[in-house]
Design a protein around this ligand. Structure first.
Ligand code: KG4
Ligand code: ZN
Length: 349
């Protein structure tokens, strides 16, 4: 095992953390300096569009191709040299194993080559701690707060007591909300990933023409697999009468679906507020880019008296700035990893 060069901690040190994210189909690198993002580079893998979903084997190959140029670009944009990096932080999990291994192998090699500490990061924790990135339009939530993490792989309600003290209080029993967006979009003939496209169409549609059922589960639980089936049956039934039904009503169908999902998420958040007494609400993960949920949360500030926090767009979907942010918080609290640390496809908060 390679010995770690653990730094002496001092609060006023000027530290530069290089963050690496490769858990799914985005190869990302970022540099953060005392909470301020100096660069945030993401190479999105277009190759998966042709398959209507992420192909794990192709994702790891593309990470292999992208990782060195992406890191190079992140250092260049941050205007620093690799010798200036204080520590390297990488996503340990959860995610696709082949994808995670590319980021972890790169990071271990960098740590050894440059003799800097290695910091492992939980991807879901990073989506939550992205709120602590210092940016003009972004405020940080106060502890304790409720985080709703909504991504392509996860849907969780988390009580966040402190940076590294988090408790999952509810989650999905089946599909994640991003998956529900993507699967519904696929049934409607939209290309992958369908979530952002469905969102765009929904903004032009009538939300009340086609309501969809909301699955009944526990107050803090979610279920989305029934919604996908409901969309499939609805489309099958309507296209029997009119083969052009989807094309002719696409915006209204998307608006109906988006409204159903947003109302469902807001109901769960209300339950969490009622049950915990906490009305400090932060969202994270790719689906927090959704215009419907962003608007509903802004409205809740006035209508429900909540304080809501939505990360800047570039820190919602998968990015390495959030990994570097956690890297910095762990660096400052002396939480380093050895070079024999293993990637984890499944990883709890
Ligand atoms: O966090 P993320 O980038 O990757 C994962 O960790 O899964 O989330 C990706 C998910 C995809 O399912 C994508 O369709 C969804 O976030 N997404 C959206 C929007 N932007 C991204 N879903 C709905 N509306 C959007 N605007
Ligand atoms: Zn994510």
């Amino acid at each position: 095992m390679h010995p770690i060069n653990v730094p002496k901690l001092s609060t006023d040190e000027n530290i530069f953390i290089l963050g690496i994210e490769s858990s799914c189909d985005d190869t990302a690198a970022a540099v953060i300096n005392n909470g301020v993002v100096l660069s945030n580079v993401v190479a999105t893998q277009k190759i998966h569009e042709a398959y209507g979903g992420v192909v794990p084997e192709l994702a790891s190959r593309a990470h292999q191709q992208n990782i060195v140029p992406v890191v190079h670009e992140a250092l260049r944009l941050a205007n620093i040299d690799k010798k200036d990096v204080s520590a390297i932080a990488f996503t340990q999990g959860p995610g696709l194993m082949g994808s995670l291994l590319v980021g972890s192998s790169f990071s271990k090699s960098f740590a050894m080559g440059m003799d800097v500490p290695l910091v492992s990061v939980n991807h879901m924790q990073a989506h939550i701690l992205a709120h602590f990135i210092k940016a003009d339009e972004q405020r940080a939530p106060a502890f304790p707060f409720i985080a709703l993490t909504i991504s392509g792989g996860h849907t969780q309600l988390v009580k966040v007591n402190d940076y590294f003290d988090m408790e999952i209080i509810g989650e999905t029993l089946d599909d994640a909300v991003g998956e529900a967006f993507d699967k519904a979009a696929k049934i409607l003939g939209l290309s992958y990933p369908g979530g952002p496209l469905l969102d765009k169409l929904a903004q032009k549609g009538n939300p009340s023409r086609f309501p969809f059922p909301k699955p009944k589960v526990g107050p803090l639980e979610f279920s989305f697999s029934g919604l996908k089936t409901a969309v499939l049956y609805f489309v099958e039934k309507e296209t029997k009468n009119d083969p052009n039904f989807v094309q002719e009503n696409l915006e209204d169908i998307c608006a109906g679906l988006q409204t159903t999902i947003v109302e469902y998420l807001m109901e769960k958040l209300q339950n969490a507020v009622d049950m915990t007494g906490i009305n400090e609400i932060a969202i994270g993960g790719g689906v927090s880019a959704n215009s419907g949920i962003r608007k509903a949360l802004k409205d809740a500030e006035l209508e429900r008296g909540w304080r809501t926090y939505i990360p800047n767009f570039e820190y919602c979907t998968d990015n390495a700035a959030m990994i570097a942010m956690v890297g910095e918080l762990k660096y400052k609290t002396g939480q380093f990893s050895e070079t024999d640390i293993v990637s984890k496809a499944r990883m709890r908060l």
